[in-house]
Write a protein that binds this ligand. Structure first.
Ligand code: FAD
Length: 327
């Protein structure tokens, strides 16, 4: 128990942040190696994130992914090993969720106005949804690892890696910091976070899970994380309302429409931020019933916040979450 006026010892810390991927990143480093400063490290971090954007952004017409999406060929198309790795992870999660997670969801994401194109002034018609759905299906993609290449069953398939991208970016920055000899850090790219070692207080990094409230920010729970990554997906940040109904950016490939379930958010803890990011989106799309079932069957460390009948948030963890991080 600490008495007033007595502050716990705090080691030196570097912290900086900046814009990326239409959102933000932040980096905290505890006990930085001699001579390292925010000024000396920030350019390297920004360069890594710019490289990630140049690989997988659908908002950048010249990115490798955009050029792949623009390529009408149904023959094998050579891709970089990095792009192959992200797409392969997307396909793996699709195979484990019966396609609830699907990186070819791009035409539906754009149709509902959650992609690079401006949001249409009206809701899409059934016919437009059917047209977009015809282009969606992870089975319509074939991957080859050596040399890395991809084949599309139809030339107008549009891949969207936004569900994995922020996590992948956090992992890339983490790898770069480690290559600089940094052992204690927390990297966040929006809701995707990667940690190594301990914070400046000598404790695991304290990560807040927010209440899934669209109109204000408040902490639901704080979890201690060290040498792991986590990511939160939810329907309370990126959504629009029409006739009193909420439409979020989590799209169900089966219906072709935003998911409409009582699940407010899902937080997944995993070895890498990319895997945590992908699973958080997948469990959000699966919803408040199938989500927890799949989390248990896959042994995922997942924390769900559902809205009860009174629209009050109620949180619960998977068995693995409770055994790892239970109170
Ligand atoms: P998550 O839950 O992690 O992912 C949700 C996203 O996944 C959706 O927005 C949709 O794109 C996709 N998705 C929806 N349903 C499914 C499904 N069933 N299966 C698979 N995927 C699904 N935004 C901008 O506004 N401007 C930019 O310049 C910009 N640049 C970006 C560059 C990169 C490299 C990336 C990866 C993203 C960029 N974004 C940009 C998008 C933005 O950063 C977020 O990724 C996006 O808003 C999704 O938010 P999220 O990752 O928190 O949600």
């Amino acid at each position: 128990m600490l008495v007033a006026g007595c502050t716990r010892h705090q080691d030196p810390q570097i912290a900086f942040d900046g814009p990326t991927m239409g959102t933000y990143y932040s980096v905290k480093i505890a006990r930085p190696p001699e001579g390292m400063t925010a000024e000396s490290l920030q350019p390297g971090v920004a360069e890594v994130l710019d490289a990630v954007v140049a690989e997988i952004s659908t908002y950048d017409d010249s990115s490798e992914l955009s050029r792949l999406n623009q390529n009408p060929s149904t023959d094998w198309i050579p891709i970089s090993a990095n792009l192959h790795r992200v797409i392969a992870e997307g396909q793996r999660i699709s195979s484990l969720t019966d396609g609830a997670f699907d990186i070819t969801i791009g035409p539906l994401v754009n149709l509902w106005g959650f992609g690079p194109e401006t949001r249409p002034a009206r809701l899409p018609t059934e016919a437009e949804i059917a047209d977009a759905k015809a282009r969606v299906g992870w089975h319509k993609l074939e991957l080859r690892a050596d040399p890395p290449a991809l084949r599309k069953a139809r030339g107008d398939i549009y891949i969207d890696l936004s569900a994995l991208g922020e996590g992948y970016g956090a992992d890339r920055v983490g790898n770069w910091l480690e290559s600089q000899g940094i052992e204690n850090y927390m990297v966040a790219v929006a809701g995707a976070i990667r940690t190594r070692g301990i914070n400046a207080k000598g404790e695991p990094w304290a990560i807040a899970i927010e209440e899934p409230l669209p109109d204000r920010r408040s902490v639901h729970r704080i979890i201690p994380v060290s040498n792991r990554a986590l990511s939160t997906s939810g329907d309370y940040r990126n959504f629009f309302e029409e006739n009193g109904k909420r439409y979020s950016h989590e799209i169900d490939p089966m219906t072709g429409a935003p998911v409409d379930k009582r699940l407010g958010s899902v937080t997944v803890v995993d070895e890498t931020a990319m895997v945590a990011d992908g699973w958080a989106t997948a469990l959000m799309v699966l919803g408040d019933r199938r989500g927890p079932e799949v989390a248990e069957s896959q042994g995922l460390v997942a924390y769900f916040i559902v809205r009860d009948q009174q629209d009050q948030p109620r949180g619960f963890g998977s068995k693995s979450f409770e055994s790892l991080l239970g109170r």
